[in-house]
Design a protein around this ligand. Structure first.
Ligand code: DMJ
Length: 557
């Protein structure tokens, strides 16, 4: 088999072009630069690590940390489609054909779903459109993998899945019943699409049953803790957060509602969960970790993972909140050498001890992309360019890119997570490529991106009723929706939540005032110059759903 050569640039392109900011040539330069970064990383993986799961960029070797599933290859396939590298995708599909999911390996059900199953499904859909002669093997592989993951759901009495499954043998005797909230509730997109494509409804049923069971564990405040016992439904860790352990649960409630026009089940659960967050976690532009039962602040921290949340707000149409919150993340990055540490303590305005690493995460780029797609705000182009430059200058090594062990010292870690290729570089590329079909209307069809940035089509005219997928008649749907809900109350002003654990709001107030004030200044100037546009894409894609059906989900112009 002849493989398409990787387009590796030698020497690497400069990251700081001497071109007019935002001009067509500037944008073209950054597209070329992100491609070059992608192929530097992907080439290093293929050359030094494949068929192992991930590249260790300092050792220049591979390691199997996802059960020997060729994780980085599979996670990267649809980025090739986004880059328009169809010949290379065809070559990589034939590599991926050899991936087996029958290893005697204990894997995270959550990670395997989002990285591998999501990667297979999205690449399958891309290959069907863009690779002539594609045999459809990725879907067969996805079905095989899905059945192995399903054992984690079927073995539990409530339907909430075990956190770990052995790919060959299923759930081990004595497996822990404690798992994270995101690990229970991040299946709707992959499992529903697997059901849609195979006609095997067991995946869709399993993911819904798990979410229903989890929703029964919501506290009277409408909050969810971070770790749950899958048999009793009790919270093992009761901190409610939009960051670590919970993030993609909220993301999937909302995206499933959106992707499947699901007003019957995901919609109400999503609306209640987001209302709980708004009422109890949101403090000005930040979201703190609070106790799910009493709402008291436990950790006034910013999580790196929580930087995805502004992007989700863009989907909701809450653009101004998204802008404020993303600016706040940017402020932390500016204090930390260009990257978000895993957790940042807002009292001391410094990384939390032992949590100062940055493993090449995508969340800032993800939200910047979502907000730019909606607003075309040029500041977001600037942020994306700065972020790309920081990645290129601070994390690039001979064998790919290395995460930071510490954002302060710049010490490198011997790890290149596959999400660098599936998410971080994909979102950056899409920021600079407004006309890309994966940016959705008006360039093509509408997509929902999974939590691992695997694009799946929005199925606007379908729904899940009575245990099966059915077409939804628009007129009937409209009648069911009823009158529009009133808009939600405005977010409460920033205030000290008055708990024992949160003693010094001064630093938070200062950062808040600085960040919001600075953004508003710049945003207004840009707006007055006529460059910050309210985008039709938001109106066309989301207005028809959010504008009329669910309280709190509305378009802000
Ligand atoms: C990715 O695997 C996914 O985005 C997940 O939801 C959160 N963690 C990483 C990226 O940071």
């Amino acid at each position: 088999m002849e493989y398409a050569p990787l387009p590796v640039a030698d020497p690497p392109l400069s990251i700081k072009p001497d071109l007019p900011f935002g001009s067509p040539s500037w944008l073209e330069h950054f597209r070329a630069k992100i491609r070059e970064m992608f192929f530097h990383a992907f080439g290093a993986y293929l050359q030094h690590a494949y068929p192992k799961d991930e590249l260790r960029p300092l050792s220049c070797a591979g390691e199997d940390n996802f059960g020997g599933t060729q994780a980085t290859l599979i996670d990267s396939l649809d980025t090739l489609a986004v880059l328009g590298e169809w010949d290379l995708l065809r070559s990589c599909l034939s590599l991926a054909r050899s991936a087996s999911f029958d290893g005697d390996a204990d894997v995270s059900v959550f990670e395997t779903n989002i990285r591998i199953l999501g990667g297979l499904l999205s690449a399958h859909l891309a290959a069907q459109r863009g690779v002539p002669g594609y045999s459809g093997h990725l879907l067969s592989q996805a079905h095989d993998l899905g059945r192995r993951l399903l054992r984690a759901f079927a073995s539990s009495s409530t339907g909430m899945p075990y956190g770990t499954v052995n790919l060959r043998t299923g759930i081990k005797r004595g497996e822990t019943e404690s798992t994270c909230t995101a690990c229970v509730g991040t299946y709707a997109l992959e499992f529903s699409w697997l059901s849609l494509l195979t006609g095997d409804a067991s995946f869709e049923r399993a993911s819904r049953r798990a979410v229903r069971a989890l929703a029964r564990s919501a506290t009277p405040l409408g909050l969810y803790g971070g770790h749950v016992n899958i048999t009793s439904g009790e919270w093992i860790h009761a901190e409610a957060s939009v960051g670590a352990d919970s993030d993609s649960f909220y993301e999937y409630l909302f995206k499933a509602h959106f992707a499947f026009a699901d007003e019957a089940e995901y919609g109400p659960i999503a609306a209640a969960a987001l209302e709980g967050i708004r009422t109890h976690l949101k403090k000005g532009v930040w979201h703190f970790d609070v106790h799910a039962s009493n709402g008291q602040t436990v950790f006034p921290w910013h999580h790196s993972l929580a930087a995805f949340f502004p992007g989700l707000k863009v989907l909701r149409g809450d653009l101004l909140e998204a802008q404020d919150e993303l600016w706040s993340s940017r402020m932390i990055m500016d204090r930390c050498g260009g990257f978000l540490p895993e957790q940042f303590d807002l009292r001391s305005a410094s990384p939390v001890a032992g949590r100062s690493h940055y493993p090449l995460r995508p969340e800032f780029a993800e939200s910047a992309w979502a907000l730019h797609r909606a607003t075309r705000d040029p500041w977001l182009l600037d942020w994306a360019a700065r972020f790309a430059a920081d990645l290129d200058t601070r994390t690039r090594v001979g064998c790919g890119f290395a995460g930071l062990a510490d954002v302060g010292t710049g010490e490198l870690a011997d790890r290149m997570d596959s999400f660098l290729l599936s998410e971080t570089l994909k979102y950056l590329y899409l920021v600079f490529d407004a006309g890309n079909e994966y940016n959705g209307p008006p360039n093509g069809r509408d997509w929902v991106f999974t939590t691992e940035a695997h694009p799946l089509p929005v199925t606007d005219r379908r729904g899940w009723r009575g245990g099966r997928w059915v077409g939804v008649d628009r007129r009937r749907r409209k009648r069911r929706a009823g009158p529009e809900s009133p808009p939600p109350p405005p977010a409460p002003p920033f205030s000290d939540p008055g708990t024992r654990t949160f003693e010094s709001p001064a630093m938070v107030s200062a950062i808040h005032a600085e960040s919001v004030g600075a953004y508003r200044e710049r945003s207004r100037a840009a707006w007055e110059a006529g460059v910050c546009l309210y985008d039709e894409w938001v109106e066309a894609t989301h207005g028809r759903i959010w504008g009329r059906t669910v309280g709190g989900m509305r378009i802000r112009g």
